[in-house]
Design a protein around this ligand. Structure first.
Ligand SMILES: Cc1cc2nc3c(=O)[nH]c(=O)nc-3n(C[C@H](O)[C@H](O)[C@H](O)COP(=O)(O)OP(=O)(O)OC[C@H]3O[C@@H](n4cnc5c(N)ncnc54)[C@H](O)[C@@H]3O)c2cc1C
Length: 352
């Protein structure tokens, strides 16, 4: 068939779409600006283990994602919630213990880290099908083709699919033949899930919280961390806690944030809490390949899955994809997979 598709972005959306299109017989090229794959999936290796600074959990109702994990023979394991949880209501009060309600929806994690999902997909591509350090800056329609331009090369394709979060897309890529103004307006007001979050993880020699009858789960109205969970690995030989920090701390330095977390860990877990092996964090509001500085406040998931993303643009040669454009579970990993199926079907109908 030899129809060529350029995919912009090697996050879950780009890699999954590449996997589907290659299987269907298209010639594909995935262009990724970063020096790593994954986008908002970011499994960081540290102290003989790995911690998730991006996406972590999936749930039974994420049907397409669950099916994909099975197809790729990935092992899933339950988020450990055994034991009591902690709650800090105000700075003046001591941290309280409480029993977590029974029969909660189970959250699952992927053995080897969320990155294992990406590694399985990437294994299907040859070296020249997936390029890192390739920042797309311009998309230009030609008569029968479409050009994708980076600092060093121009790629010519029959069709281009962007998987960059829509709001970032319209702020960072130049379109000499202007995009539909309504599409630009909606993209500009399309919320990028978790763009303001700060995630942290601390690695320990032992799961000391278990000996105290604690699950590692905690919630705080005070901060700096607002939520914390057990983050020990699948083998249960490497131990960690992982959580979310108050987004306002993005303006502090890493050293200041770590100091605040250490103090709160001491308050929550005693001396063991502050004796960690390593502290890792990711401030997503400062990730230029995920988000862009705008003054507009958007409610979470605003315009995710908007109907306008269902159409193709630039005379059918350009498609806006990515998890946020999915009508089902937009913003989540499940959205990336659902939307991948939609687009693969759309391109097959168009070209086959
Ligand atoms: C902290 C955090 C926690 C999360 N937790 C969960 C969770 O537990 N469960 C869940 O289901 N979801 C979670 N999510 C959401 C999940 O990560 C996303 O839904 C999913 O990873 C989105 O994938 P994507 O490929 O659509 O977008 P992205 O992962 O954002 O990928 C876009 C890619 O495009 C690249 N790019 C950007 N600009 C350019 C350019 N100009 N040229 C080339 N490439 C470019 C980026 O580098 C990136 O690799 C979380 C997200 C974050 C940030």
């Amino acid at each position: 068939m030899n129809k060529s598709i350029v995919i912009i972005g090697a996050g879950l959306s780009g890699l999954y779409l590449g996997y589907l299109l290659k299987k269907a017989g298209f010639t594909i090229k995935i262009l990724e600006a970063n020096d790593r794959i994954g986008g908002r999936i970011f499994t960081k290796k540290t102290h003989d283990t790995s911690v998730e600074l991006g996406a972590t959990w999936l749930w039974k109702y994420n049907k397409d994602l669950m099916d994909l994990c099975q197809e790729l023979k990935l092992t899933l394991f339950e988020q450990d919630m055994d034991g009591e949880a902690l709650f800090e209501a105000t700075a003046a009060h001591t941290v309280q213990r409480f029993k977590l309600p029974a029969h909660q929806e189970i959250s699952y994690r992927i053995a080897g880290g969320t990155v294992a999902l990406l590694e399985q997909l990437t294994a299907h591509f040859s070296e020249d099908e997936l390029l890192l350090n390739a920042t797309v800056n311009t998309i230009k329609e030609q008569d029968n083709t479409i050009e994708v331009i980076t600092a060093h090369s121009t790629f010519i394709a029959d069709s281009v699919v962007s998987t960059i979060p829509p709001q970032l897309l319209v702020h960072s890529i130049d379109f000499p033949v202007a995009l539909d103004t309504e599409l630009v307006h909606v993209a500009n007001n399309c919320h990028t899930w978790m763009k303001d979050s700060i995630k942290f993880a601390v690695v320990y020699n032992t799961p000391f919280w278990e000996k105290k009858g604690l699950s590692g789960t905690g919630f705080s109205h005070v901060g700096p961390f607002t939520e914390i969970y057990d983050h020990s690995d699948f083998t249960d030989k490497r131990f960690a806690l992982m959580g979310f920090l108050n987004g306002n701390l993005a303006t502090e330095t890493k050293a200041q944030r770590e100091l605040l977390v250490k103090t709160q860990l001491l308050k929550f877990f005693g001396d063991d809490g502050e004796n960690y092996l390593s502290y890792e964090e990711k401030v997503w509001s400062q990730a230029p390949l995920t988000t862009t500085a705008t003054d507009t406040y958007l409610t979470p998931h605003a315009n995710n899955g908007h109907l306008i993303f269902q159409k193709a643009y630039l005379n059918g040669k350009f498609i806006v994809a990515g998890s946020e454009t999915s009508p089902s579970y937009g913003g989540y990993m499940e959205g990336a997979i659902y939307r991948g199926h939609q687009i693969a079907l759309q391109l097959k109908r168009q070209f086959l």
